[in-house]
Design a protein around this ligand. Structure first.
Ligand code: ADP
Ligand code: MG
Length: 259
């Protein structure tokens, strides 16, 4: 408690102290396509933001810019107050603060499950191998695939592989986790086992950005829903408000098609 009163204007001018990820006026083009248009988005520590919107609206690109898998043309993106450099060793270290889980799992096919979860710790975080091993085992147990540690990814179901991918990202002690349609490639019976791991993470206070079409997850886990269309954030609201009373025609139209 500082005892100094802060005016509303001053609060609006600067990001709140507990904002972990801040995108300010971000623009990106792919050739003539203006894929991200004046994106302003602040994500608080411990917040779970679900991003929804039609295919092609820029959701994946948004995620990929946050950890510099894509460059931006203008604007700034900070994670815990730091802007990511465009290349070099510093980028690898800072990028590891942002865990990413993709639709397509992206595990290393020629490494075991255990090696997949150890690799980043050894190479990027320079953890010693005994500690990396312990941590990998404990994370694999936590996501429910401890008994699969010595198998190769192809020997696992899609749901198990995705849980390994989550464990691998968590092994880097990320400050924020990005999930880009993590259940879209899964057979229906495997979706819940992945969503449950994500629910658990959310309950434990992980800061998360989740692109998903799983509206049940959005309703139960999200603090905020961000609706994107044509490269813009069209609407953002608490899930109960967004789903019961969307304001924009774009959101109404989108929801009428998926619910
Ligand atoms: P979403 O995840 O919402 O479906 P994306 O971010 O994947 O949308 O894509 C937004 C738009 O940008 C789409 O029109 C897509 O075709 C285009 N796009 C995505 N990646 C590239 C790329 N590397 N080069 C050119 N166009 C791209
Ligand atoms: Mg996408």
């Amino acid at each position: 408690m500082s005892g100094v009163s802060v005016t509303k204007d001053a609060q609006d001018a600067a990001p709140a102290a507990d904002d972990l990820v801040v995108l300010s006026n971000v623009n990106k083009h792919f050739g003539a396509l203006h894929v991200l248009q004046d994106i302003d988005l602040s994500i608080a520590r411990g917040e779970v933001v679900v991003v929804i919107g039609p295919s092609g609206s820029g959701k994946s690109t948004l995620c990929r810019t946050i950890n510099r898998l894509e460059t931006i043309d203008s604007g700034t993106i900070t994670v815990d107050g730091k802007e990511l450099p465009s290349e070099g060793r510093e980028l690898a270290r800072l990028r590891a603060d942002v865990g990413m889980v993709f639709q397509s799992f992206n595990l290393f096919a020629h490494k075991t499950v255990l090696q997949n979860v150890m690799l980043g710790q050894l190479k990027v975080r320079k953890t010693d191998s005994a500690a990396a091993l312990e941590k990998a085992k404990s994370l694999l147990d936590r996501v429910g695939v401890g008994s699969q540690a010595d198998k190769y990814p192809a020997q696992l179901s899609g749901g198990q592989q995705q849980r390994v991918a989550i464990a691998r990202a968590l092994a880097m002690d990320p400050k924020v986790m990005l999930f880009d349609e993590p259940t879209s490639a899964l057979d229906p019976e495997m979706i819940n086992e992945v969503l449950e791991v994500m629910q658990q993470l959310a309950r434990e206070g992980m800061t998360m950005v989740v692109v998903t079409h799983e509206m049940g997850f959005a309703r139960s886990a999200a603090n905020r829903v961000v609706f994107m269309a044509d490269g813009k954030i069209v609407e953002e609201a608490a899930p109960e408000q967004f789903f019961s009373n969307p304001r924009s025609d774009r959101a109404k139209d989108f929801l009428s098609k998926i619910l």
